[in-house]
Design a binder for this molecule. Sequence first.
Ligand SMILES: Cc1cc2nc3c(=O)[nH]c(=O)nc-3n(C[C@H](O)[C@H](O)[C@H](O)COP(=O)(O)O)c2cc1C
Length: 419
Amino acid sequence: MKCVDDFRLKLGDKELVPIITGGMGVDISTAALALEAARLGGIGHISDAMVPTVTDRRFNTKYVKDKLKQYKFNVENSDKSVVQFNLGLLEEATKLHVGHTMDAKRGDGMVFINCMEKLTMNAPKDTLRVRMRAAMDAGIDGITLAAGLHLGSFALIEDHPRFRDVKLGIIVSSLRALQLFLKKSARTNRLPDYIVIEGPLAGGHLGFGLDWAQYDLATIVAEIRDWLVEQKLDIPLVPAGGIFTGTDATNFLEMGAAAVQVATRFTVTRECGLPENVQQEYFKASEDEIEVNQISPTGYPMRMLKSSPAIGDIIRPNCEAYGYLLDASGNCQYIDAYNREHAAHPGERRVRIWDKTCLCTHMRNFDCWTCGHYTYRLKDTTHRNADGSYQILSAEHVFHDYQFSKDNRIALPEASAAV
Ligand SMILES: Cc1cc2nc3c(=O)[nH]c(=O)nc-3n(C[C@H](O)[C@H](O)[C@H](O)COP(=O)(O)O)c2cc1C
């Protein structure tokens, strides 16, 4: 019987343990988590979601405070089109986040950044261009394009000196999305170095509608694999979403995948950015406490715990401080929902908005508990402490469990004194 360690991911001249930790914004996949995956010989993602905000927390910079000061005059105005990011500062923040992470890298693995096109930031192309180029300048090993998949993203960096050396990957949830991307980027004469195929059980935003349960990751992987063979294209495939055990991962590697991308199991590790009280919520969750809903203003369905404080929002849109989801004309679906509900309840102070949430604010505060479908199985991966809480794991333990376990087994950590 094989295990993940019997396989290697070949990327250029590198041979890696075929385990990739997925990008989880906002700073749920911290530098510490990505660096552990790299140290252990795999690939770890950091995220480029709300980097100035993350940098403030990480390095005590003042990007958010200064932006709010600059645009304070607009706080009561529902037209947010003036609230623009300063591209120079965005570049600076990205270089700080990525540069410090890359300086700390040890071992044979790699660190990639997850770049979400849906972070439109009131100037989609310009801000994406700056974020990708700054990450490349700061030495990132690879960029994974996610959430929305800007079809022209490769063109935004094709004149960068590292365009052919940095690893570039995309996340798709269907063969059709892949075909569209390849067609659109053919002009740059640059294929992706890997393709993450994200199925319907993944965490975060989904590339499916509310009929997600009708899709199956293995079927989509087989379809894409067969099409690539037909086209004589040799691009490593990386399934993601619901790969919970080393055996799940091995099954995908045996069917021709080059690596797997995993995230949920790492949400309850010390290195992960979620505060420990939130990690305990993840541990405790039962299957019926997890839902896919449409409260994300991006328009994509998102999976989360039903008990997320972000559901049933009351806060005023916070775009002067954040504004990461403002589209090219300065709109966000949460602003529309907020204005509609306040117009319907004049004079009321605490009006609840149920159909959308202020995602920037709640992701920043770890109040939107986005999670993978199998979050309800996390309790089976650790010990219960005497006080009823669950023992937090180390990223190394979870990584090694994926790498070496067989026969659908999940290795429990060494029990801590508190058990
Ligand atoms: C808490 C959480 C946050 C996530 N955030 C993002 C994100 O910001 N961008 C993204 O592309 N994928 C995101 N994902 C998806 C993961 O990167 C990964 O592809 C997927 O969750 C893997 O499936 P698994 O969680 O079942 O292992 C997130 C996943 C989780 C669990």
